[in-house]
Design a protein around this ligand. Structure first.
Ligand code: COA
Ligand code: MG
Length: 319
């Protein structure tokens, strides 16, 4: 997945639109974008939307996730009770404290799957893993927590509220140091757990340049996807997380070279060393291109013009 579009669970109009935005996944929200008094309505709207998907939509449309409420007060249980008959592709668990929390939600899903005759583990799980100060210290515990864990995402809005901070971005829109820290920790935690690393939302949905900058930085650092809140963000995110043609071609050549050499631990090609991490990266890029295609390479950087030579002064004829 490259893009996850959030949509408030009680907004039928937006939900219909969300399916048509080109997002790889939509996240029908039952948590922060829904006022508590609208939660019951949202539960039934979300269930209806899930059930209204045709088999064609289920196969080739965007994946449909539901963001439930955090564990602790029974609301998540009530959410699952309402929406699971709609067979969502996955659940997003906000304010997830640690791997134990993810495992607990997974056990709730096992029970629901069995009740509804769904194969165990079909419904995937994404944990939003940095929304409270305490959860930051649980980041190292997700590996092996549950096989249905698909990804870890991070959030700055709830974390700044939890810490009583005045802001999470500076005047130029860049994340302040505490949020850069949790971004980086979440990225590393996701890779340590061998799941997708999902970058947080860019809430300034009119700022296309800022979103593009964040996507490029996310891709550079190893995130594989980004969350969105507005349809206008989807094309930018999808484009950013689609691999470059030259990268795909080089990756294919590397995978082939390893296969032809009988899959050794290390290979030397054109004077450069390639070992297992290079192979793993190449395999991921090839897989991504098979799902999402590839994009043209960026134009080569323009050569800088040599500074003009100072012209010799013409001798002025004496009159
Ligand atoms: N999904 C689907 N459609 C959406 C959408 C979304 N997340 N956000 C906006 N749209 C639709 C609007 O309904 C509108 O449709 P219309 O032209 O047919 O009226 C169109 O896109 C343009 O929307 P716009 O007027 O620019 O924004 P808005 O003021 O209607 O909505 C937000 C702004 C922020 C309220 C809205 O984008 C939103 O609800 N985002 C998701 C919030 C959320 O889920 N947050 C929780 C996770 S952080
Ligand atoms: Mg929140």
């Amino acid at each position: 997945m490259r893009s996850y579009l959030f949509v408030p669970g009680n907004d039928e109009g937006k939900i219909v639109k969300a399916f048509d935005t080109g997002a790889d996944a939509i996240v029908l929200d039952l948590e922060d974008s829904v006022a508590p008094q609208d939660r019951n309505k949202a539960r039934s709207v979300v269930r209806d939307a899930l059930e209204a998907r045709t088999s064609e939509m289920r196969k080739s449309g965007p994946k449909a996730f539901v963001r439930v409420n955090p564990l602790g007060d029974g609301e998540a249980f009530r959410d699952l009770d309402s929406v699971m008959p709609g067979r969502p592709d996955g659940i997003v668990l906000p304010k997830c404290r640690d791997g134990e929390n993810a495992k607990k939600l997974s056990e709730m899903l096992v029970a629901k799957e069995s009740e509804l005759a769904i194969t165990t583990g079909t419904v995937k799980l994404i944990a939003i893993a940095t929304e409270t100060a305490r959860s930051v210290f649980g980041l190292g515990s997700y590996g092996g927590s549950t096989p249905r864990l698909l990804g870890l995402g991070w959030g700055a809005e709830d974390l700044s509220a939890d810490m009583g901070a005045l802001a999470n971005r500076d005047e130029a829109g860049q994340f302040l140091p505490p949020y850069q820290l949790v971004r980086n920790l979440c990225l590393i935690a996701a890779h340590a757990a061998r799941v997708e690393a999902i970058d947080t939302v860019h809430i300034d949905f009119k700022d296309e340049a800022g979103l593009k900058r964040e996507c490029d930085a996310a891709l550079r650092d190893g995130f594989t996807a980004k969350m969105a809140i507005h349809p206008a963000q989807i094309a930018i995110i999808n484009e950013a997380f689609t691999p470059f043609k030259s990268d795909v071609e080089q990756s294919k050549a590397l995978v082939e070279a390893f296969a032809n050499a009988g899959n050794p631990g290390v290979l030397g090609i054109d004077g450069k060393m390639y070992d297992r991490p290079h192979l793993m990266r190449a395999e991921k890029i090839v897989l991504r291109a098979e799902t999402y295609g590839m994009k043209d390479d960026p134009p080569p950087p323009r050569k800088k013009r040599a500074p003009a030579k100072p012209r010799a002064k013409r001798a002025t004829k004496k009159k």
